[in-house]
Design a protein around this ligand. Structure first.
Ligand code: FE
Length: 333
């Protein structure tokens, strides 16, 4: 009897030498990731396990150390990617597929992280109460003509910190601080909620414009409860006075302790493939990083725009300054 069980276990061990799987720690919502992991499993037969971690991704990986089951992290915002690299929880990945498919400006020069999509931080403007051409630059949002008309999420949310970092990059700390004070003076209400909640507030008549990321328009149109909010606004691409519209990335990195390195690399390469890039475009309404992959029809309908030329690493380096600035002006207070 004992012999038989041992044999059976041995046979099982031979049949599955090292389980083909990739463990993902994701700071992106599960429904955004599932279409990609499903397509990856279909294409390769490699299973994926996704753990959704809203806060403290880097801290968790640090705490788990070499025992961490995670192979991959997926997150948004350049500062979160840089934070993981700085904490030493990622590893460099050499891959021709990744360097061929992802333009240099969207990946770490040391190959520690790779951007897989981009998005713009734009203005949602009330169709009824904001005239064509009324929204121009980010700088102009501090103009008293917007008094009582702007809604936004917290000034210390990564999306707004990246925008503030870009403002510091273009104009210097003091001018950026004056700008943030001006925007604060124009707020219709204290910063609260997420990007979609601001559009709801426009729909409800509480404010006329809000800051938000582009893909939320697509997400709101998909949700029966939010379609009306989406239809009450249009997307306007503001620019910096001397540059273009503010951009950020979502990205991927391999963890330092990755137990399934080879399969994790296959997953990263899959995310940069035309198939996955198209899923990002069609399902998530993001901008693909791989040249030649089209934006979705809906995203194209928002029109063309000029992206800001600031380097993502420069933005990341200014994050601490941006946080201090937002605290100094007590933006959320
Ligand atoms: Fe988001």
């Amino acid at each position: 009897m004992t012999f038989r069980i041992t044999t059976a276990l041995a046979a099982l061990a031979v049949a599955t030498p090292a389980l083909a799987e990739v463990n993902i720690y994701s700071q992106r919502q599960p429904e955004l990731i599932a279409p990609l992991t499903d397509a990856f499993t279909e294409a390769t037969g490699i299973e994926t396990n996704t753990v959704y971690i809203d806060q403290g991704l880097t801290e968790r990986l640090s705490a788990e150390g070499s025992r961490s089951p995670a192979d991959i992290i997926m997150t948004v915002d350049i500062s979160r990617l840089s934070q993981a690299v700085d904490a030493g929880v990622t590893q460099a990945v050499e891959s021709e597929t990744l360097s061929d498919n992802i333009p240099a400006e969207f990946r770490d020069p040391g190959n520690q992280w790779f951007g897989v999509t981009t998005r713009a931080r734009i203005v949602y403007a009330s169709k009824d109460r904001v005239a064509e051409g009324e929204v121009t630059t980010y700088e102009d949002l501090a103009d008293p003509k917007w008094q009582g008309r702007i809604c936004t999420r917290s000034g210390t949310h990564p999306y707004n910190l990246a925008l503030t970092s870009a403002m510091i990059h273009h104009h210097g700390y003091e001018a950026a601080k004056a700008w943030a004070e001006g925007v604060k003076a124009n707020l219709a209400r204290k910063p609260q909620g997420n990007d979609r909640a601001q559009v709801k507030a426009i729909w409800a008549g509480e404010c006329d414009i809000s800051l938000g990321n582009t893909y939320y328009m697509g997400k709101m149109l998909e949700d029966p409860e939010q379609t009306e909010w989406a239809n009450s606004v249009r997307i306007v691409f503001p620019t910096f006075e001397d540059s273009g519209s503010h951009m950020n990335v979502s990205g991927v990195a391999m963890t330092a302790a990755a137990p399934h390195r080879e399969d994790a690399l296959k997953f990263m390469e899959f995310l940069a493939s035309p198939e996955a890039q198209q899923i990002y475009a069609e399902v998530n309404y993001e901008f693909p990083v791989k040249p030649g992959v089209e934006r979705s029809e809906l995203v194209q309908s928002w029109g063309n725009f000029t992206p800001d030329t600031v380097n993502l690493m420069d933005l990341s380096a200014l994050r601490a300054d941006a946080l201090r600035l937002m605290e100094e002006v007590n933006f959320d207070g």
